[in-house]
Design a protein around this ligand. Structure first.
Ligand SMILES: [Zn+2]
Length: 231
C-alpha cells in the first residue's frame, strides 16, 4: 500500500519587527501588591509635580522628606462601574496598608468618584473636595488651627469627600455638598459604620473623622504614628 506523501507545511516567515525596546527600569523601591496595585519612591517627575503645591517649595518649612513618601498606583471603580487608574501619595510606613485597602475596595467594587493627586487641583483642598476627589498627602494645617493636619505626613486619606463632607454644626464643607450633611439617608458611597471603607481602615488602626464630637469629618481617615504636628 503506497504511503501517503507527507505534507510539509513551511514554517511561517517571522514578521520583521523593529528592534525590541528595553523596558524602562523599575522605579526605585517599587513594591507590587497585585496587578495594577503598586507603589514606589518619588522620582524626579513626581517631586517636580508636587513641589510648590502639596509639598512646600522651601524644604526648610517641611517636616517630612520626599524619602518618607511613597507614590501609589491603583485601580478603582467609578459610580458607573467603570475601571480607572488612580494615584495617591502616602507616608512610606503606610504605603503597604493603604495599597492593600484600595485593592480590597476594588475587589469589593466600592465606588470612588476620582483618585488623583491634590496637585491636579492646585493643592486646593476645597477644589479637590468639590470634585469628590479621594486624596491623601497635602502639607497643610488643620482648618482653623495652627497644628499640622496628618495629611501633611501622608497619614490621612479623604474618601469621596463631596458625598461625605465636613460638618460642624450648620457649617458644611464643601458648601455645595450641604445635601449630604444629612446622614439619615442611604446612598452609594456613603461612609458609615457599616461601610466597607470604614471597616478596612478601622481594622488596621485608622481613626474615622465621622466619630468626632465637636465636628464630623465624614470623608477623613487618619493614622497618627506620633508625628510632630506643632507649627
Ligand atoms: Zn482629611
Amino acid at each position: 500500500m503506497p504511503q501517503p506523501t507527507p505534507v510539509i507545511t513551511p514554517a511561517p516567515t517571522p514578521t520583521p519587527t523593529s528592534a525590541p525596546t528595553a523596558a524602562p527600569p523599575d522605579e526605585p523601591g517599587k513594591v507590587v501588591l497585585a496587578e495594577g496595585f503598586y507603589y514606589h519612591e518619588l522620582n524626579d517627575d513626581l517631586k517636580a509635580r508636587i513641589t510648590g503645591k502639596s509639598y512646600p517649595a522651601d524644604a526648610e518649612d517641611c517636616r517630612i522628606s520626599y524619602d518618607d513618601l511613597r507614590y501609589i498606583k491603583l485601580l478603582y471603580f467609578d459610580f458607573d462601574g467603570k475601571t480607572h487608574e488612580g494615584e495617591l501619595i502616602v507616608h512610606a510606613l503606610l504605603a503597604d496598608e493603604v495599597t492593600e485597602i484600595f485593592h480590597e475596595l476594588y475587589k469589593g467594587h466600592y465606588p470612588l468618584a476620582s483618585v488623583r493627586l491634590v496637585d491636579d487641583f492646585g493643592a486646593d483642598d476645597d477644589l479637590s473636595m468639590e470634585a469628590n476627589n479621594t486624596s491623601a498627602f497635602n502639607y497643610r494645617q488643620v482648618e482653623g488651627s495652627k497644628s499640622l493636619s496628618l495629611h501633611s505626613f501622608g497619614a490621612a486619606v479623604d474618601v469621596n469627600p463631596f458625598f461625605n463632607p465636613f460638618v460642624e454644626k450648620r457649617r458644611v464643607s464643601p458648601e455645595s455638598a450641604a445635601a449630604f450633611a444629612d446622614r439619615s439617608h442611604e446612598f452609594a458611597g456613603k461612609i458609615d459604620k457599616n461601610d466597607l471603607c470604614y471597616k478596612l481602615f478601622t481594622e488596621r488602626g485608622w481613626t474615622w473623622g465621622g466619630h468626632w464630637r465637636s465636628y464630623q469629618d465624614y470623608h477623613h481617615f487618619q493614622k497618627d504614628l506620633g508625628f510632630d504636628r506643632q507649627t
